[in-house]
Ligand binder design. Sequence first.
Ligand code: HEB
Length: 88
Amino acid sequence: VDPKLAAGKTAYDASCAACHDAGMMGAPKPGDKAAWAERIPQGIDVMTKKSIDGFTGKAGMMPAKGGNASLTDEEVASAVTYMVELSK
Ligand code: HEB
């Protein structure tokens, strides 16, 4: 397994799955290609920055670093890469 994806899964499971596994409040589920199709074209870097800073979109509110301020920017980037890999 690609080490970046393994690190991404660890961060995802700990800090993102609570919302994203269930699609809670509009959070796009990894593997739901329709939910990701219009997001992925922004690129990993833009999606990562929005995930670090937090943002409000059409579906709902994504909190900064998923509410876990102890995550490094790199861990968030790995989690986003992991989510996108499952969703394209
Ligand atoms: Fe989230 C969205 C990531 C956590 C909720 N997110 C999202 C996205 C991404 C993410 C990439 C897409 C973006 C765009 O489109 O641009 N998350 C993430 C991560 C994590 C998370 C990595 C861990 C750190 N979330 C989370 C949590 C929650 C959430 C915890 C709950 C609380 N998100 C969300 C939502 C959304 C998202 C709701 C959607 C928004 C709109 O509207 O769009």
